[in-house]
Design a protein. Structure first.
Ligand code: ADP
Length: 481
């Protein structure tokens, strides 16, 4: 059993009301431990500590920050296998993917440790010959970091590494489903030696702990990854307290397969994009739009591929898919599949929860054909291991369906003719478009974010540093006084 506290002003402390959250593994259904649950008063203390620490931390030299970030990377690297095994148990992804996730975090800390040394600003020509003008980049202040459970190490580290590199102090709230992962990240930051108050950890549900953060007058900016619905609530509070927002709010990823696509490559790309992390990825393939002429072969190919996936204990090396995170998500997947069936979709494979596992959260990889745009599964983000296939007559029809959503995070197009690839790339309304590449393709240094309601701003490498700092303009008179 692993129990964990809050981390405020450089100390691990119990929450004021001594309330706890029980952490249940989706893999076994058993408790992994309990975590202190922060009340609004605990959040207030964390924010005060962050505000106080930020006054000094903002003047720390970037080489000092860089050294601390390298230390974090080293500490994480040394604990990589332990952390990966923990991710399997708390979140449920297969061990091979969990190792990649932790290595990715090590790379974020190393990457930002270098990027911060190269953050340049400009000298701007003035209209006045007696003036010199230049800009400086300064931190935003206290950053609230609110993260989801599907990449419980990756997403927090992606954000925290840049927020800290940029000289902000942070109040971090991990998802209530994966609080122990959040605590392990903070253990590494603590051990690396950030000054007290620069890093603070509060744990608890969104409606209480998260709300206390978004409504705090002393949090200057919020980086949030999660649902549009929650994004709206955070933005409403941030609106009245005037905060900078950096949001990634999920997607409804279209994968468009044109009639001249390399079919083997498309089948592989669709399978990876729909089933990685059991479909619990913001940039999963959520709607597969296929040209009529190759539709049947594509359906056959992805069905064969799904039938070969091994669903099971994520700690076993050959497992491809673990359980879903919790019952509420499993019920949403049930609902989307039953709605699709009712409206005429055909289950080519799966379509239900698997039997014989320790919890009811192991969902079969599912292939649906005859899917139409009006089904729930097309309109909403399912976030489960489902591959909904829609037959299309033309590229323009694909684009029309692909863009008929409030989301706009990531898309993918498979075709041989690069003129068509560009035609689609220029018209698709997503922050990233992958050509002949799975929609789950990820490089942490590329600009990442959504169009439409899928987010606000861009993150990744230097783009995060730009988003997490603000420009100060300095105007200097050069005539002698
Ligand atoms: P998901 O549906 O993936 O769980 P959510 O948007 O509900 O996504 O949650 C993502 C993160 O947002 C979690 O850390 C959660 O606790 C937090 N959260 C949920 N509701 C709120 C809220 N009203 N205010 C602030 N944070 C919230």
């Amino acid at each position: 059993m692993q129990n964990s506290k809050l981390f405020i002003n450089g100390k691990w402390v119990e929450a004021q009301h001594k309330e706890y959250m029980n952490v249940i593994s989706p893999v076994s259904g058993k408790s992994l431990g309990k975590v202190s649950k922060a009340a609004a008063a605990d959040v207030k203390k964390a924010v005060e500590a962050a505000k106080m620490a930020e006054e000094k931390w903002r003047f720390s030299h970037h080489t000092e920050r860089s050294k601390l970030l390298y230390k974090v990377a080293k500490i994480m690297e040394d604990r990589l296998e332990e952390f990966a095994r923990h991710v399997c148990l708390e979140q449920g992804k297969p061990i091979s993917d969990a190792r990649i996730e932790i290595q990715g975090c090590v790379d974020y800390f190393k990457g930002t440790a270098e990027d911060i040394k190269r953050l340049e600003t400009a000298v701007i020509p003035s209209v006045d010959p007696n003036k010199r003008v230049f800009t400086m980049r300064e931190p935003l202040g206290v950053f609230g970091v609110i993260t989801p459970w599907n990449f419980p190490f990756d997403i927090p580290c992606f954000i925290l590494s840049s927020a800290l590199a940029a000289g902000n102090s942070v109040v971090f709230k991990p998802a209530e489903q994966t609080p122990l992962c959040g605590a392990k990240i903070v253990e590494c930051l603590d051990q690396a030696g950030f000054p007290p108050g620069v890093v603070n950890l509060v744990q608890g549900p969104g409606e209480t702990t998260g709300e206390a953060m978004s409504s705090s007058e002393d949090i200057d900016a919020i980086a949030f990854t999660g649902s549009i619905e929650t994004g709206r609530k955070i933005a409403a509070n941030a609106g009245s307290t005037i905060k900078t927002l950096l949001f990634e709010l999920g997607g409804n990823g279209p994968i468009m397969i044109l009639d001249d696509a390399n079919l083997a490559k498309a089948i592989e790309g669709v399978s990876i994009s729909c089933f990685m992390n059991s479909g619990q990825v913001c940039n999963s393939g959520e709607r597969i739009l296929v040209a009529e002429s190759i539709h049947d072969r594509l359906v056959k190919g992805v069905t064969e591929s799904a039938s070969k996936l091994k669903l099971g204990n994520p700690l076993q090396e050959d497992t491809n898919m673990g359980p879903l995170i919790d019952e509420s998500l499993a019920q949403k997947v049930d609902k989307h599949i039953s709605d699709a069936k009712r409206l005429g979709a055909k289950v080519e494979f799966g379509g239900k929860r698997a039997k014989g596992f320790p919890t009811d959260l192991y969902y079969m990889p599912t292939i649906l054909s005859n899917v139409t745009p009006r089904m729930l599964i097309s309109r909403e983000e399912t976030f489960g291991p489902v591959c909904p296939i829609l037959k299309c007559c033309s590229v323009d029809e694909m684009l029309k369906i692909a863009n008929s959503t409030e989301y706009g995070l990531m898309s993918s197009v498979y075709c041989s003719n690069m003129r068509d690839a560009f035609y689609v790339a220029e018209r698709i309304k997503t922050g990233t478009v992958a050509i002949n590449t799975p929609s789950i393709y990820w490089e942490g240094r590329l600009p990442w974010g959504g169009m439409n309601k899928s987010g606000i701003g861009r993150q990744g490498g230097i783009y995060s540093l730009l988003a997490m700092t603000q420009l100060k303009t300095v105007i200097m008179d050069v005539t002698s006084s």
